[in-house]
Structure formats: structure tokens, C-alpha cells
Design a protein around this ligand. Structure first.
Ligand code: CTP
Ligand code: MG
Length: 254
């Protein structure tokens, strides 16, 4: 398989898979997280817009809740422009994020050779991060993750001596060697297909796609992520996302 050499060159054929089939339980009661409002449009619309804005991305596969495919199709058709809709496909997701990503991969055309997997729940990722991930795969990496240094020190803990007792601290990993990982994560398509197939065969579950590549002996590299690429997970994240959006709007950053 030819690995393209430039994100703007004629060889790059990248697609994005957007897992958006989660319930958003940690965000509290309400619509599925991807469909919650952020600054007047659903979270998912922000995520799809930024991917479609990247010149590296020629196709976007949104993986919707299985019982909400028609609703998501209609909502995106309404909110997005003609150019964005032209590159869009919506497919039903699965019970876990990994299953949803696999459903998205199955919907990719044969000629796609680079895949970016991007959580719908990261609506404010700057397009520069998307481009940097795509470019790094185009330049030859098989798997790329955007990441940022940690603000907090991290402790590894064990089980409490008796249920309800305080957890004992076991160790403190050197923070300078740790990174918080974001999306989009970028992959050579053949590599991502292979690790997802292996994961099913071996019953492996990972919280991110790069984790599967690591698990099966592949090489994953890091590019700089961005503080605005945080995942909307809990109610406070939505407050922060609204504030980031308001700041962008006041600066005309669109
Ligand atoms: N996701 C998915 N299919 C699932 C579970 C999650 O496509 N079965 C997607 C979510 O929609 C989200 C991304 O994976 O865009 C990251 O997952 P997470 O932040 O955990 O979202 P939820 O699973 O929706 O949230 P929660 O875990 O709080 O229920
Ligand atoms: Mg989840």
C-alpha cells in the first residue's frame, strides 16, 4: 500500500470515523451526549465541521446510536453545508466504543488508506491538530496520537484493606513521562483494520484505538495535542466548552 507523502498532495486519501453512539452517562440525564447542545448546535455538528474543514479528510463516517441513525442523518443534513454533507455517511454503532469504531471502519470505501478516529465528544479540537495527525501518518507513521502533558501528579492506588477504607497509594509515576491522550488518532488503514480484527478474535477491549496497536506490537507516536481538544465527559466540561466557544466567537475565530 502506498503511503501518501503530503496531506495536501494528490496521494492522501484520508477518512474520519467519528464514534458518536455513546449515551453520555457521566454527563447526566438527557439526550445522547453527541446530540446535546453546545452553543446552539449539537456537539456532534462541531466535531464533524472541524473534520470536514481539514483538507486532509475526504470522507466522514459518523457512528450514531443504533436507535438514532435517522435522527442523526436528518440533523446533520440540516446543520451542515452541501460540501460537508457530500462527504458524510451515518451508520449505526455498537455497545462499546470499540464496536462503534469497527462499524465505522466497515463503512469505509476501499480506496481509503489513512483513517482518523475522532470522538464526537471532542467538539472543539482545532483543525491544526487534525492536520498534524493526518500529516504524521502521511509521512510514514502507522499510528499517531495527539497528547498533552498532565497538570496533576498521578498516583497508582491499590484496593483498600477492607471495603470503604482509604485506598493505599502504591507508586507515583514520573509525571514528565506521562501524557494525556486525545483524538483524532490517526492510523494507516491496514494497521487499524488488522488490530480491530485481532481484538475481536482475542476478546481484547481497549479505551482507545492506539491502545490496540500497542497491544499487538505496533508503534505509536505522539504529536502535540491542544487544551481545547478536551473530551466533554462531565457537566463541568460542558460549561468549559461553552466558555471556549464564547471566547472564539468574541475573537471571530471561525
Ligand atoms: N462511543 C460510541 N459507542 C459506544 C460508546 C461510546 O460511539 N458504545 C463514543 C461516544 O459517543 C464518544 C466517544 O465514544 O464520542 C468517547 O466515549 P465517552 O466519552 O465515554 O462517551 P460516552 O460513552 O457517551 O459517555 P459515558 O461513558 O459517560 O456514558
Ligand atoms: Mg463511555
Amino acid at each position: 500500500m502506498a503511503i501518501p507523502t503530503s496531506p495536501k498532495g494528490p496521494n492522501l486519501n484520508a477518512a474520519a470515523v467519528v464514534p458518536a453512539a455513546g449515551r453520555g452517562e457521566r454527563l447526566g440525564p438527557g439526550a445522547p451526549k453527541a446530540l446535546r447542545d453546545l452553543g446552539g448546535v449539537p456537539i456532534l455538528v462541531h466535531a464533524v465541521r472541524v473534520l470536514a474543514r481539514s483538507r486532509a479528510v475526504g470522507r466522514v463516517v459518523v457512528v450514531a446510536p443504533a436507535d438514532g441513525v435517522a435522527e442523526v442523518r436528518a440533523l446533520l443534513a440540516d446543520a451542515l453545508g452541501e460540501r460537508e454533507n457530500a462527504v458524510l455517511v451515518v451508520v449505526p454503532g455498537g455497545a462499546t466504543r470499540q464496536e462503534s469504531v469497527r462499524a465505522g471502519l466497515a463503512a469505509l470505501p476501499d480506496d481509503v488508506d489513512v483513517v482518523l478516529v475522532h470522538d464526537a465528544a471532542r467538539p472543539l479540537v482545532p483543525v491544526d491538530v487534525v492536520d498534524a495527525v493526518a500529516r504524521t501518518v502521511a509521512e510514514g507513521a502507522e499510528a499517531v496520537v495527539p497528547a498533552v502533558p498532565l497538570a496533576d501528579t498521578v498516583k497508582q492506588v491499590g484496593a483498600p484493606a477492607v471495603p470503604g477504607a482509604p485506598e493505599p497509594v502504591l507508586s507515583t509515576p514520573d509525571r514528565s513521562t506521562l501524557r494525556a491522550v486525545q483524538t483524532p488518532q490517526g492510523f494507516r488503514r491496514d494497521v487499524l483494520d488488522r488490530v480491530h480484527t485481532k481484538a475481536v478474535a482475542e476478546g481484547v477491549d481497549a479505551t482507545d484505538d492506539a491502545g490496540l496497536v500497542e497491544r499487538f506490537g505496533g508503534r505509536v507516536v505522539v504529536v502535540p495535542g491542544h487544551e481545547e481538544a478536551f473530551k466533554v465527559t462531565r457537566p463541568l466540561d460542558l460549561v468549559l466548552a461553552e466558555a471556549v466557544l464564547a471566547r472564539r466567537r468574541s475573537r471571530d475565530e471561525f
